[in-house]
Design a protein around this ligand. Structure first.
Ligand SMILES: [Zn+2]
Length: 155
């Protein structure tokens, strides 16, 4: 899915990495003739790309970004106490990831486009909630679960 560039940094060998709003990084190398991104080599060029979007395959794969850590969680819910808001399409805000931890039973996790899919969550199979992507859950019989929220850990 497409993610906006919010900043840049250099990796350990000096190659430029675009920082995306989701928390992932993506190399923006200028290595002609293989990669032609002359804009990546100047401050002005990079500044001009802020807000532009790049496809993020790590979001497509539901991968939590590195450097993120949990900062809050919901109460434990069961099939009777699930808040109505979780049963309807909703999303986390930019830069906030979620992990749906099932403690017992099974939970149906439905994700809308651009990452459309249906997943069955169990204690050994947590669900990853990608920022700004609509999703909802539905109990599959008796279930207990909670949602943990992750954001970039302060450095
Ligand atoms: Zn991403």
């Amino acid at each position: 899915m497409q993610r906006a560039i919010i900043g840049f940094h250099q990796d350990e060998v000096g190659d430029w990495v675009a920082e995306l709003a989701c928390g992932h990084g993506q190399h923006v190398r200028h290595k002609p003739p293989f990669f032609s991104r002359p804009w990546a080599t100047t401050v002005e060029g990079r500044d001009g790309m802020l807000g532009s979007k790049l496809p993020c395959v790590l979001c497509d794969r539901f991968e939590l970004p590195t450097g993120f850590a949990p900062y809050k969680r919901t109460a434990d819910f069961d099939q009777a106490s699930i808040p109505a808001g979780l049963l309807r399409d909703h999303s986390t805000k930019a830069g906030v990831w979620g992990v749906i931890h099932v403690l017992a039973g099974r939970l149906h996790y439905i994700v809308e486009p651009p990452l459309a899919g249906e997943h069955v969550l169990e204690p050994a199979t947590p669900g990853i909630v990608v920022p700004e992507v609509l999703h909802r859950v539905a109990p599959l019989g008796d279930v207990q679960f909670f949602v943990e929220f992750h954001r970039r850990a302060s450095t």
